[in-house]
Design a protein around this ligand. Structure first.
Ligand code: KG4
Ligand code: ZN
Length: 333
């Protein structure tokens, strides 16, 4: 029996999860609303909120799992990448617990965890599988040969897909984070109403900075003719922007399948909560004979359950770290 308590604090969500033998028993997430008024995450405020949240969040996760701290076999935490102040809070807390309980400590890479969120529920993808990992900070196509053997085979050369959503939303006057709002308005809109530039980037890489510029110039021109343009067309604008982002992503996924011959295809990360992307992946899967996998909503945006499941596979290999480990803001894998 392996009972793991995992902590995630890389950005603006404080989360804790309990996992027993690869089964998630709890996944508690405290969101930080303090950042909304600033139009983005303020690192110093995020660290302070993590410090306030971490004890109650861990308590709730243990309580929801009906587990006492004394039966925990290992403590896991997000080591990288993320905001350094935020990571430090989770890392220090996890280290203190591991020391006081005399239990092993497991350091988890946040991006590996997003991918392995696909191993939480059945049906699970078979190895090797491909995963499109799309979040606020990353856009990657990952080839997973086993839980601990992951290779990035394509990535963004500038903005991440989540930034493309959030920056476009800002241009439309929507509050941060705009991704979920674009998703909401897009459901009432026409995705072919407006056309935005799709970049031609080689290999399996992505670029999203041109889309933001294309949306900006388009809106400036339209608003000169009619200052109410955005208000009148917000649904169609959201649907068209969303559909452009999804097209950019899915064309590269298709290319990755063709290049690797791998037909188990997953998505992960905050943007995989997008309803348009979820539907498109399923449709393209049916059309092209791929097996597709999408994590539950609660395992798409930042959460500790994905840290716990990754830690479980590390636990099986006794992949532990000692108390001298430090978190890092950037980390390749
Ligand atoms: O993985 P995540 O929670 O945090 C990072 O590690 O970055 O991803 C956050 C990103 C934000 O850019 C947010 O706008 C986007 O995921 N997002 C969405 C949706 N839900 C979250 N983007 C589009 N549609 C959604 N439904
Ligand atoms: Zn994330």
């Amino acid at each position: 029996m392996a009972t793991i308590l995992a902590i995630e604090s890389s950005c603006d969500e404080t989360s804790a999860s309990v996992c027993v033998d690869g089964k998630i028993l709890s996944n508690h997430i405290a969101n930080q609303t303090v950042h909304e008024q600033y139009g983005g995450v303020v690192p110093e405020l995020a660290s302070r909120a993590h410090m306030q949240n971490i004890v109650p969040v861990v308590d709730v996760a243990l309580k929801n799992a009906n587990i006492d701290l004394s039966v925990v076999d290992a403590i896991a935490f997000t080591q990288a990448p993320g905001l350094i102040g935020s990571l430090l809070v989770g890392a220090q807390f996890a280290k203190s617990l591991a020391l006081s309980l005399n239990k092993p400590l497991i350091a988890v890479h946040h991006m590996q965890a997003h991918v392995l969120a696909n191993l939480i529920d059945d049906p699970k993808p078979e190895f090797p599988f491909l995963c499109l990992t799309v979040s606020g900070g990353h856009t990657q196509i990952v080839k997973a040969s086993s839980p601990n053997e992951l290779k990035v085979i394509g990535e963004t050369i500038d903005d991440a897909a989540g930034e493309a959503f959030d920056k476009s939303a800002k241009l439309l006057g929507l509050p941060y984070p705009g991704g979920p709002l674009i998703d909401k308005y897009a459901q009432q809109g026409n995705p072919t109403a407006f056309k935005f530039a799709e970049p031609q980037i080689p290999e399996l890489n992505f670029s999203f900075s041109g889309l933001k510029t294309s949306v900006l110039y388009f809106l400036q021109a339209k608003q000169k003719e009619d200052p109410e343009f955005i208000n009148k067309h917000v649904n169609d604008l959201c649907a068209s922007i969303q559909s452009t982002i999804i097209n950019i992503l899915m064309k590269k996924v298709k290319k990755a399948v063709q290049q690797t011959g791998i037909t188990n295809v997953c998505i992960a990360g905050g943007v995989s909560a997008n309803s348009g992307l979820r539907t498109t992946l399923t449709e393209w899967g049916e059309k092209n004979g791929w097996k597709t996998f999408i994590p539950q909503f609660q395992y798409c945006t930042d959460n500790a359950a994905m840290i716990a499941i990754t830690a479980y596979y590390k636990y099986l290999q006794a992949d532990f770290v000692d108390l001298s480990v430090s978190p890092t803001a950037r980390a390749n894998w």
